[in-house]
Design a protein around this ligand. Structure first.
Ligand code: SF4
Length: 231
């Protein structure tokens, strides 16, 4: 389908020299625990339901996470926390996502990102985010008006999602709505219909180890996303 064709094009992208170098360097110098593994080391396509009602927007793959496994949010602790929650609320077939061929099936949800290559220190530059934005916009356009909820993880993911959508022709209010855990903003789609943008603290160890984001909090936000998406 169109999403597969988009992914086939995406994985060939080498538009950001700094990120191409970083994703390949991570593969050449894996962390001790991943030594001997073959890293994906390419742009990471969206993962999940082609008919998703919820798009979860992170920021970018982690060098030893998605950049290693080739699947969004797979292979790092943020992803472990997210997939466990997706499974608890009935959106994921398994509680753990360990590799791109572990049989995981997501229903009703798709995991996407505004930046598809692992950036140094998990921080893409504004230019890299701008360059990558059209991939996300095309993916959302192909998913179509069935996507009723965009769940942005973390302030950076929230801002990146809003800026990307705005640059791709979505009418975004000004000043741009600010991130908060449980923030909720209704956005009109350029192709008709509306999307509710929800915010959640990012499930990074920094937030989950400190209890800033608990499993119950993420479950509640995902439950809200499900209701808004009619799932
Ligand atoms: Fe291409 Fe996006 Fe990767 Fe840049 S970050 S090289 S635009 S896929």
């Amino acid at each position: 389908d169109g999403l597969d064709a988009l992914a086939a094009l995406l994985v060939e992208c080498r538009a950001c020299p700094r990120l191409v170098a970083w994703r390949e360097q991570a593969a050449a110098h894996p962390r001790a625990s991943f030594r001997g593994q073959t890293y994906w080391a390419r742009p990471v396509p969206g993962f999940g339901d082609d008919a998703a009602g919820i798009a979860v927007v992170g920021l970018a793959p982690a060098a030893d996470g998605g950049n290693r496994t080739g699947r969004m949010f797979t292979g790092d602790r943020s992803g472990d926390f997210l997939f466990a929650a997706l499974h608890r609320v009935g959106l994921a077939s398994q509680p753990e996502s360990t590799s791109a061929d572990d049989g995981m099936v997501l229903t009703g949800v798709r995991l996407v990102a505004p930046v598809r290559c692992a950036p140094p220190a998990n921080k893409p530059t504004p230019e890299e985010r701008r360059r990558c934005g059209p991939w996300l916009a095309r993916e959302l356009a192909l998913l179509g008006p069935g996507v009723r909820v965009v769940l942005a993880l973390g302030a950076i993911g929230w801002d990146a999602a809003l800026r990307t959508l705005e640059e791709q022709g979505w009418p975004v209010p000004h000043p741009r709505p600010r991130f908060a855990h449980d923030a909720e903003v209704v956005l009109e789609r350029p192709d008709g219909g509306a999307v509710t943008l929800l915010g959640s603290f990012h499930p990074s160890p920094h937030n989950t180890f400190t209890g800033r984001l608990t499993p119950a909090m993420l479950d509640a936000t995902l439950g809200r996303a499900k209701r808004l998406a009619g799932i």
